[in-house]
Design a protein around this ligand. Sequence first.
Ligand code: DGJ
Length: 751
Amino acid sequence: MNTRLKVALTALGASAALFAGTVGDDFLLNTRNTTLALRKEGGRWHVLHYGSRVDSQQDINALAWNLWTGGHGHGQRRPASYAVYGEKTLTIGINKYGGLQVTHADGCPTTSLEGMKAETLDDASGATHLVLTMKDRVYPFHVTQHFRALADCDVIETWVELRNGEDGAVRLGRMDSFAMDFPAMSDTLWLQNAGGQWAAEAQLQENAIGRGQTLSFGSRSGVRDAFENNASFMLTAGCRSTETSGQVLGGVLCWSGSWGIGVQRDFCDFVSVRAGVDTSAGAYVLDPGKTIVLPKFAFTWSSAGKGQISRNIHRWARRWQMPAGSKLRPVLLNSWEGSYFSFTEKVLHDMMDGVKEMGGELFVLDDGWFGTGKYARDDVHRDKVGLGDWVINPEKLPNGLVGLNEEARRRGLKFGFWVEPEMVNTNSWLYEAHPDWIVRERRRPVNVGRGGSQTVLDYTNPAVRENIFAQLDALYSKIPGLSYIKWDANADFFNMGSPYLDEAHQANMPFDYTVGLYDLLARIRAKYPDIDIQACSSGGGHADYGFLRYADEFWGSDDSDARERIFIQWGESQFYPACAIAAHVTAVPNHQTGRTTPLKFRFDVAMSARLGFELHPKELSADDLAFAKQCVSDYKRIRPVVQQGDLYRLVSPYGHSYASLMYVDESRDHAVVFLWGMVRGNWSDYPGPLALQGLDASKRYRVREINRRKGGNLHCRVDGKTLGGQALLSMGLPVRLRGDWDSAVFELTAE
Ligand code: DGJ
């Protein structure tokens, strides 16, 4: 065994180029606070350690798992960097759980990999990029595993490329991006994930994984991929973690198609984690000579609980993953809940006046502006017609989108609008001309979704993508300064096939569809880099980091009730930064739940993410308008802290009748604390002092309650006072809530 250990110090920008070229058999991949240690043994790369940082190669070698550790039961599997189906284990036959299953051209269903080469690539961005090249020991089937360590956020990105060098096609029964084994991580394991549904996204749950058990979860569909579950998880090893304590592995799959994630714990506490695209439509057929690149998986480690996992991933998202993660997001008004399909130009102009008066910056026209003739998406036909025909309905909007843009600009607002480019109604000119452009099985009748006519376009077909690109391009290019696009997607895969792909490749449709979607998004982003894109899919169905490679934010949920949003945004905040979560103040009674909450409560919740409106401002009273104006102006001041700061979740809404979180900017000079009371008993669950986090103990902060209504309660008895960070961190902020739906926002400014 080659015991030479190369250490890639990515911390603090140490250059990867220092180590560019082939490295030894053993490798330490360090970020600021974590280490992934790999060793080549028996021709395979194994994981010696992933967790808190360890710099000593000798210590890692000495303490690493081996056959001696734990005695008899161990050694069933080797802790592989990329576990595959079919490799021989020491005592239990073949490894059944591996994340890659290949049926080779001659029908052999197993794979046994051998490591060929480990090298680091120059990475201009300052990341360390380790590449492990592997090959089946018998077949010319090649696997390249990438690791990209990002020191500043303690995140490692990994992905895999598969190349078929065989004579015939191979079938990929499983094709995970991440299939890593962790030896003897712990004798207690807890898996937290965010599950959900339409209008109830990202509900958190945490379950223990027992010995011999596998816990797995996945997406509902290959389109609304974040419904049912979000492609992210936190795995706690040892005592149950909290926001501030515990050993936690956090991971997120960057994919907008069907996916699955699983954690297996065997009887020897050997833990295998898999994450990747789902192949339940059948094995992917990879033709000879072809390479497939599997989606990226990003992971991080914290020995200080879940809060740090979120902060690491948020930082990674803003700095490394999202197209413009550091850009401040505008305050906008979206027309949907204010008018649905029933609007005229006058209604929209009035909305513009209203949002301008409140201090908003952008007006967004939602669904209902397009389609012509019998397929016009008017107030009568609503969602039954028109998708696919991206041309203005001149009866509804005689001056078109161009005219609306001019009206917005005249008022000093920016303009954006809604599209649903992945879908087509069977009632549309596009479908009439191209009935073979939708995903469908060849011989089955077409299943339809929303409006009794909605289907998904076949994005595996380049001609379909070209058509949609050309239609969108024709619209975008005519609107000077167009600044925002809401990209909606309101269907699942109701049909599972592609008229474009041949019979042998039908099962490739779900994967190739998502690749096609990214191809289209990349073209749009490249041509219109300054347009903000909102990923929407019936609410949060597109809340994933595959889409957020091209989009700037996602619509948090179609449930805009502020109480529901506390839970939904809490769940989304586990992996997504506030700048990416769109949260709108809407009218009461709330359109989804029928609940009535005070305007202040609705503002206090929406202001903890990317603030916007979805109502007709003319329905607000003069007092409400004045209050809204004040809130928007405060939001603009605290926006850099909320959208770009570090998040600390203080009190969870799960198990309490109130909740609280705070953001702190990087300099730790400016912080904002949100406190929301829900339906509360008079004397129960009384908020204790809010133990603040993230402040600088050596600084003094002036505490000021903002968003107060005229004559409204004060919620903190030290309002207006200047206090030491040390005391605020240790004694907490004394706060008070009265009655139901009482809430408060505090701004802390270092003096
Ligand atoms: C679903 C979205 O989530 C809503 O916000 C709205 O845009 C509708 N679609 C429009 O059809």
